[in-house]
Write a protein that binds this ligand. Structure first.
Ligand code: DC
Length: 220
């Protein structure tokens, strides 16, 4: 039984690290950010993104399927494959309008907890912004992965645009800096609360960051 909770800001490398750990240990993997992104798409399509009071019900009734295979991430909304759509810059630009609505978060948190409960055996790696504090505060491993702002911008630019020149960095700025500032109003992921280990990945490779997390696994 292993629950590994990983939080961190955009571009911290937490998704890459979380997937690598799940693959290495043969565990399930839950990307909670994908759930917020899918919910924002649903709200946008319904014309309700600007209507906070309507969002909890919309999220509650959202027919979302999300795969838990770290090697094959598929997200479906009402049967439609939205795996690629939810990663677009357009969706990154609107997702905070949903993720900052606390009652809508509570509905998603309940869904996330149900997934964690169902996968305690053999285990699950869960990543997001409030996993160590709200979704799975009893996790066996609780880490906050950060990196300096220039490093995070560079990683996101490479991820989204395939390069990290000045234009790509500028295009990424809103996504990383503004979005994290907005999201930080409802979830604490910029500093590590008591019991959560901070790992600064600025100067670490993916392998080194994975190793730093695995070192925290309790011996069995
Ligand atoms: O990690 P990401 O960029 O895919 O996350 C998408 C959005 O969802 C981001 O704006 C932060 C938000 N989010 C959140 O508020 N809580 C989580 N547990 C995961 C993501």
């Amino acid at each position: 039984m292993t629950v590994i909770a990983i939080d961190g800001p955009s571009g911290s490398g937490k998704s890459t690290v979380a997937k690598a750990i799940a693959t290495q240990l043969g565990l399930a993997y839950l990307d909670t950010g994908a759930m917020y992104r899918a919910a924002a798409v649903r709200a946008d399509h319904a014309g309700l993104l600007g209507v906070p009071a309507a969002l909890p019900k919309l999220v509650e009734e959202m027919p979302l399927e999300i795969s838990l295979d770290p090697a094959n991430q598929v997200v479906r909304l009402a049967g439609q494959d939205v795996t690629e759509l939810i990663r677009t810059t357009a969706v990154s630009g609107i997702v905070s309008q949903l993720s900052t609505v606390v009652p809508a978060r509570q509905v998603l948190v309940a869904r996330q907890r149900a997934v964690v409960e169902a996968h305690r055996e053999p285990g699950i790696v869960v990543e997001g912004r409030d996993i160590t504090t709200v979704v799975a505060p009893d996790a066996d491993v609780r880490v906050l992965i950060t990196a300096s702002e220039p490093v995070r911008l560079r990683r996101r630019a490479l991820d989204q645009h395939g390069q990290a020149g000045a234009a790509a960095l500028a295009a990424t700025e809103d996504e990383v800096v503004r979005r994290d500032r907005d999201d930080a109003t409802v979830a604490r992921f910029l500093d590590a609360p008591p019991g959560v280990t901070l790992i600064d990945s600025s100067d670490l490779t993916v392998e080194q960051t994975v190793a730093a997390v695995l070192e925290l696994l309790p011996a069995r």
